[in-house]
Design a protein around this ligand. Structure first.
Ligand code: BT5
Length: 249
């Protein structure tokens, strides 16, 4: 489609309606050309692509990501102080894992959303253990760590690729290809409704239906993991558990 803008007084408004990227636009008016350039620049700024920061060595990708705006991604080859929840350590020799943090908008069930996206990206066979473990054949291949403020959530994902600790598992996939799949799956699942996320989490779960022990602040609860609630809490014998470490009995 061709559009001559020379005599149009309100060129930007017209351009916005017709989607200039899909059209060939010719104008002889300097003002209209200038408006067009500004408009195209505005469109780029208005829809920024995610900023990816790639680092060789870092304390934790979380430390770098928390200073960055929503949409940022931080990937590192090595972490000197990789962490899990509750001051747990995340171990990973240099270059053996996907170590990444995404800065996302906060959401009450984000931990489950990121778990679903990561499991889908890893592929068939990968399952979820409440609240945030990725398992393959019963061994832990990865974990999700959410560190949130009221305005943003830093979502860390660690996935073992060519090394795993004793009792853990590894995925043996290419790191950058896996990162691209995680990005795509995060786009998909952060756009899905909470009900869709919870339904997919239930399908991928190895926790539901099992007898479990949950340790919360030094106290242990045992019972059957019956379901997850609307906020992502685990329902154990009718009681909601919002955080803690789960052992499958
Ligand atoms: C987690 O915590 O599983 C969340 C791990 C998140 C790691 C990523 S890497 C990128 C980003 N930057 C960070 O610093 N962290 C995130 P949690 O549920 O607390 O589990 C931690 C426990 O998993 C440890 O106490 C160990 O028992 C075990 N563990 C440590 N390293 C592991 C590994 N590479 N593979 C499997 N298990 C591991």
């Amino acid at each position: 489609m061709r559009l001559w803008l020379s005599n149009l007084a309100i060129a930007p408004a017209v351009i916005r309606m017709i989607n200039p990227t899909a059209s060939s636009i010719i104008t002889t008016s300097v003002a209209a050309r200038w408006n067009l350039m500004l408009l195209l620049a505005y469109r780029r700024v208005g829809q920024p692509s995610p900023r990816v920061v790639r680092l060789q060595s870092v304390t934790s990708t979380q430390d770098v990501a928390r200073a960055l705006p929503i949409g940022s991604i931080v990937v590192a080859d090595h972490q000197t102080a990789g962490r899990g929840r509750l001051d747990h350590k995340w171990e990973s020799p240099s270059g053996t894992a996907l170590l990444v943090s995404f800065v996302l908008a906060p959401d009450p069930i984000l931990s489950l959303t990121v778990g679903v996206a990561a499991a889908e990206a890893c592929g068939s066979g990968v399952r979820l253990k409440w609240p945030n473990d990725l398992l393959l054949d019963g061994g832990k291949i990865g974990g999700v760590l959410i560190e949130a403020t009221p305005i943003k959530a830093v979502c860390g994902i660690g996935i073992n690729l060519t090394w795993a600790p004793e009792g853990g598992a590894k995925l043996n996939q290419d790191r950058d290809q896996l990162l691209e799949r995680v990005r795509a799956q995060l786009d998909r699942w952060t756009s899905a409704s909470a009900n869709e996320v919870l339904a997919r989490w239930r399908e991928l779960s190895v926790t539901l239906g099992r007898r479990v022990r949950v340790e919360v602040s030094g106290k242990a609860i045992e019972g059957t993991a019956e379901d997850i609630g609307p906020q992502g809490e685990l329902i154990v014998d009718g009681r909601p558990v919002t955080f803690g470490s789960v052992t499958h009995l």
